[in-house]
Design a protein around this ligand. Structure first.
Ligand SMILES: O=C(O)CCC(=O)C(=O)O
Ligand SMILES: [Fe+2]
Length: 720
């Protein structure tokens, strides 16, 4: 049988993400469906949760009327929004003819919409027993008999209509009406998700794999699948892979579909963006977050800003940002903490604001979402999907801004490929049931759908969950993209804003951000074997024998540490009595504050282990002590009128580190550290640089006199 003798029909009244997907899958197999009802108002009733859909069959009936006598022709009818093709028409027909049926319907495990009909159904030894009317194939004259068997209304239930025909034994025999119990062709997914597997086969060249769908219960590979009822999310998941949507050689094939190039768009037509920033909780590293927003590669004269800040803690951060940059944007609307606008309201307002500003693109970014890749906005727009989020993860964690699957009640669940996506083992564009933290929305969605259905407000649901649930109800696809790295998520859980310099305490919770802010820009150069600026024939700066010198912390770190100490303010007396020490006695006292007095000792020890120890191992080879131990960790303050210098002494350490926290000749004059045995002084200390030297025996040393200003140093006696 020629495939031209098979007419493929579907019903779709409007363009939706699901309809696009249906058409894409059809074109993958050169199937050209005839679309019925397009542009018309749906007349089939409330099919989501209620019976209905008779209108579909009416449309089909009308289309088949002139063909009713064509006894050699077949008709394949399927729904559109929740159906995809997985195989060629030839193969569908071949399998159909093997069944001996003249009409073949897909089967499902539920007797719907009239459960009382269950006992009227013939028993089946294997497979699904009940009729589903979402997909069927048959000879036109027989299908015509089915459609004309009885009168029906637009809002009558199409599945009930077909079921009654099937349960009429005489009619069933007459037209050889059968069900595809074992999914030779049709796979209805509702209630059978656990029977479905995505399998992969080596492709012809053996260089990669292609995906296909297998029913492991019936041991078949169905050719048309239907995400009926709640199984639409299963279909969304499967359709990330099939039909040949993703494979390991070409990667994401669907990513190239509909893609646009902003480079080729004339400047006046560049999409207008509403960039909405949300600070709904106290969040570490908001300054960097805002800075990255500003670094986005996108014409600022096409961006309107909307800022919702609920936190007093962040008022200065936002003000600094707007004072510096607001003038570059088309407009800025700010909602401040005093407005007491709840998150739900603010997010709803931002969508309205987008429409008011005639935006083409809505881009929401929450304060935990660091957009590290400055091309993110541009790339997301070019991806040209209704809703798409950049994949963001907490570095090194499985925590991300999307869910791979849903539980029955709409909560978080993991998909089989969740970890592969989070770790970007697989890269692509993934249709998922939940996204948050950062995403773009094409404003055509806001304009074409009932705005009251697209919002963030639902009783007992947080804003993101309400929003995604609304989009799911509208069958709007939400994609998360990890085609490239876009950024990362901040962990805001343990931020203590009662601290001076709260972010200094974030070395455990947000180590990557901590490092970027507080570690010296040239720190990694310390480990570069090709580093040119050598000194004293050593690979490392050695200002005095066995005293090494490294850049380690940023000026920001130094200023923050000084700030922490001065805010605390309880400098020691500089006398021999020191009740902070076990013996209560200090032979060589300094004016200092210990790290444990400001609750920062665990953080300091982490810093020693992570950043100081590798340097120690480079210069004092063979000495290995991991983690380093240190009981004495403190900041020293020298002042001409307080304690200007420190008399010669040994430290109770294997090695000592001494970090200069401020600038000689700017913040103070004089000072430095003199190693007496070598008559060698390090006076031109550099802010953020660390001196590391042995503590005892050879390195008897003194602190030189500060003649003006205040000198701050950070000291640790490592491995006492
Ligand atoms: O002033 C200096 O750089 C030396 C400080 C010192 O040796 C110490 O605090 O033990
Ligand atoms: Fe010392």
């Amino acid at each position: 049988k020629e495939t031209s003798d098979v007419l493929v029909y579907t019903v779709a009244t409007e363009q939706t993400n699901g309809f696009d997907r249906y058409l894409d899958s059809a074109s993958e197999f050169n199937i050209q469906p005839k679309v019925l009802g397009y542009g018309l108002e749906w007349k089939g009733g409330q099919v989501k949760s209620h019976p209905g859909g008779g209108w579909k069959l009416k449309l089909l009936k009308k289309a088949l009327e002139p063909l009713a006598e064509e006894s050699n022709k077949l008709v394949l009818f399927t729904d559109a929004y929740d159906v995809i093709f997985l195989g060629k028409l030839d193969e569908i027909v071949r399998r159909f003819q093997k069944t001996g049926a003249r009409i073949l319907f897909g089967a499902e495990p539920y007797c719907w919409p009239d459960a009382t009909l269950e006992n009227k159904y013939p028993e089946v030894a294997e497979g699904k027993r009940f009729l589903n009317s979402g997909m069927f194939i048959g000879y036109i004259p027989d299908v015509w008999k089915l459609l004309t068997r009885k009168e029906f209304d637009d809002t009558d239930d199409d599945q009930l209509f077909c079921t009654e025909a099937y349960l009429d034994e005489k009619f069933r025999e007459e037209v050889q009406m059968k069900l595809d119990h074992k999914n030779e062709i049709f796979q209805n997914l509702n209630g059978v998700a656990t029977e479905i597997e995505i399998s992969s086969i080596e492709d012809k060249e053996g260089e990669g794999e292609r995906y296909f769908i297998k029913n492991i219960a019936s041991r078949t590979e169905p050719l048309v699948i239907h995400g009926n009822g709640a199984s639409k999310y299963t279909l969304n998941y499967l359709s990330n892979y099939v039909p040949n949507v993703w494979n390991s050689i070409e990667g994401c094939r669907q990513c190239k579909k509909g893609h646009i190039e902003l480079e080729t768009v004339p400047p006046k037509d560049v999409p207008v963006v509403l960039l909405s920033l949300f600070i709904e909780q106290n969040t570490p590293f908001v300054e960097e977050w805002l800075e990255k927003i500003h670094m986005l590669e996108y014409p600022k004269d096409k961006i309107h800003l909307f800022i919702h800040n609920t936190m007093k803690f962040h008022v200065d951060h936002v003000n600094n940002f707007t004072e510096k940059y607001a003038k570059n944007y088309v407009s800025v609307k700010e909602i401040v903490p005093e407005d007491a606008t709840p998150e739900w309201t603010a997010r709803d307002l931002s969508l309205d604001h987008c429409l008011a500003k005639k935006c083409d693109i809505y881009f929401a970014v929450d304060s935990v979402a660091h957009i590290d890749n400055p091309y993110t906005l541009k790339l997301l727009i070019e991806q040209n999907r209704t809703v798409v989020a950049p994949l963001l993860t907490r570095p090194g964690k499985a925590w991300s801004n999307f869910w791979g699957a849903l539980t029955k009640d709409g909560f978080y669940s993991r998909s089989n490929d969740y970890m592969d996506i989070v770790h970007s083992v697989k890269r692509g564009l993934w249709n998922v049931p939940f996204i948050a933290s950062a995403y773009i929305i094409n404003s055509t969605l806001l304009k074409s759908r009932d705005r009251t259905l697209i919002n963030f407000t639902r009783p007992r649901l947080d804003a993101d969950m309400a929003f995604c649930s609304n989009l799911r109800n509208l069958d709007v696809f939400m994609y998360v993209s990890n085609r490239v790295d876009f950024g990362h998520l901040i962990n805001p859980d343990n931020l203590d804003i009662t601290r001076t310099e709260p972010e200094m305490y974030q070395i455990f919770d947000n180590p990557q951000d901590w490092e970027e802010r507080y570690i010296h820009a040239e720190y990694t150069e310390n480990f570069n074997p090709d580093k040119k600026e050598l000194q004293n024939d050593s690979n490392f700066f050695q200002p005095c024998p066995d005293v090494y010198w490294f850049p380690i912390v940023s000026p920001r770190f130094c200023n923050s540490l000084i700030n922490m100490m001065e805010a605390f303010g309880q400098w020691s007396s500089g006398t021999n009595t020191d009740e902070r020490l076990a013996g209560g006695y200090e032979a060589v006292p300094t004016r200092d504050i210990h790290m444990n007095q400001v609750g920062w000792e665990p953080h300091w020890l982490e810093f020693l282990q992570k950043y100081v120890r590798p340097l120690q191992e480079k210069v004092f080879t063979g000495y290995y002590h991991d983690p380093p131990k240190s009981l004495m960790n403190f900041v020293v303050r020298y002042r001409p009128d307080e304690q200007p210098s420190l008399r010669p002494h040994h430290d109770s350490s294997t090695y000592t580190i001494n970090i200069a926290l401020n600038r000689r000749n700017i913040d103070y004059e004089g000072g430095g550290c003199r190693f007496i045995r070598y008559n060698c002084s390090v006076v031109d200390t550099k802010q953020g640089w660390l001196l590391i030297h042995p503590g005892r025996l050879t390195h008897f040393h003194e602190g030189l006199k500060v003649t003006s200003g205040t000198r701050y140093i950070m000291i640790s006696f490592v491995d006492p």
